[in-house]
Design a protein around this ligand. Structure first.
Ligand SMILES: NC(=O)c1ccc[n+]([C@@H]2O[C@H](COP(=O)([O-])OP(=O)(O)OC[C@H]3O[C@@H](n4cnc5c(N)ncnc54)[C@H](O)[C@@H]3O)[C@@H](O)[C@H]2O)c1
Length: 247
C-alpha cells in the first residue's frame, strides 16, 4: 500500500507504467517523468505527466521545482527509466558508453539528488531503483548493461547508508525477463523469437516471463510502510531465473 506523492521515471510504458497504476491504486498521487506521454492511466486518482529527459540535470532540476510547487513533498521516488544496449566491448565508442551510463546509472543519482530536499519533508521517504537480473548474471552481447546495473545496486547501498539517518530508505528490485517493449524489441532481434522465449522459459523456475504488474507490486511494497525495516536491499523479481545453476 503506497500513499502520499510518488515520482516514477519512465512511467509511460512497461514496468514504469505498471508502477504508476499500482501506486494510484494504493492511493498515491503519482508524477511520471518521461520523454513521451503514455496517456492517462486507467486507474482513477491524481496523475501528472512531466515531460523530462532524466539524463539532463537541468530538466530533472526543473521537473522537481515544478513538483515542489504542486505538492511540497515527495514520499516515493522510483528510478525506473532505463534501456538495453547491445555493444561490442572491443569497438564501442565512448559517446555510446556515456549515453547508456547517463540513463541506466547517473539518472538515478540525479533524480535522487534533486528529489532529496522534498524527500526530507516526508516522514516515510522511500526510493526504489529498478536494477536487473543482469547486475549479477549476464549474457554475451549485452555490453555494458550489466556494468551499469551493477553500479545502480552500488548506488542503492551508498544512498541507503548516506541517507538512512535522515529517514530516507533506498532499495532496489532486480527484475528478470518481463513482458515489456524492451523485451519485445530484444525478441525481434532474435533469429527465432519463439525458440528464444521457449529457451528462456525453460531456465525460469516458474517457467514463464513476469508481467510488469508483478514487478510493480514489489516496488509498491518497497515504497510502502510494510517494508519500513528494509534499506539497501536488492530484491530479485525474476520467477526464480537467478537461482538456477546452469546444467
Ligand atoms: N523488461 C525487462 O525484462 C527488464 C528486466 C530487467 C530490468 N528491466 C529494467 O526495468 C526498467 C524499465 O524497463 P521496461 O522494460 O519497462 O522498459 P520500456 O522500454 O518498456 O520503458 C522505458 C520507459 O522509460 C522511458 N525513458 C527512456 N529514456 C528516458 C529518459 N532519458 N528520460 C525519461 N524517460 C525515459 C521510455 O520513454 C519508456 O516509457 C529499466 O530500467 C530496465 O533496465 C527491465
Amino acid at each position: 500500500m503506497t500513499s502520499g506523492v510518488v515520482v516514477v521515471t519512465g512511467g509511460s510504458q512497461g514496468i514504469g507504467r505498471a508502477t504508476v497504476e499500482a501506486c494510484l491504486r494504493g492511493g498515491s498521487a503519482v508524477v511520471s517523468l518521461d520523454l513521451v506521454e503514455g496517456g492517462p492511466p486507467s486507474e482513477v486518482g491524481e496523475f501528472v505527466h512531466i515531460s523530462c529527459d532524466v539524463t539532463d540535470e537541468g530538466r530533472v532540476a526543473s521537473a522537481m521545482a515544478d513538483l515542489a510547487e504542486r505538492f511540497d513533498v515527495i514520499d516515493g521516488l522510483v528510478n525506473n527509466a532505463g534501456a538495453n544496449v547491445f555493444e561490442d566491448p572491443a569497438t564501442m565508442e565512448i559517446a555510446d558508453w556515456d549515453r547508456l551510463f547517463a540513463l541506466d546509472l547517473r539518472a538515478s543519482w540525479l533524480c535522487a539528488k534533486h528529489a532529496y530536499p522534498l524527500l526530507l519533508r516526508s516522514n516515510r521517504a522511500s526510493i526504489v531503483n529498478v536494477s536487473s537480473i543482469h547486475a549479477k548474471l549476464t549474457v554475451p552481447g549485452m555490453f555494458p548493461y550489466a556494468a551499469a546495473k551493477s553500479g545502480l545496486e552500488g548506488l542503492t547501498r551508498s544512498l541507503a547508508l548516506e541517507w538512512g539517518d535522515r529517514g530516507i530508505r533506498v532499495n532496489a528490485v532486480a527484475p528478470g525477463f518481463t513482458r515489456t517493449q524492451l523485451v519485445i524489441d530484444w525478441l525481434a532481434m532474435q533469429q527465432d523469437p519463439v525458440a528464444a522465449v521457449e529457451r528462456l522459459n525453460s531456465q525460469i523456475a516458474l517457467g514463464r516471463m513476469s508481467e510488469p504488474s508483478e514487478i510493480a507490486s514489489v516496488i509498491a511494497f518497497l515504497l510502502g510502510s510494510e517494508s519500513s525495516a528494509m534499506t539497501g536491499a536488492v530484491v530479485p523479481v525474476d520467477g526464480g531465473h537467478s537461482i538456477r545453476y546452469p546444467s
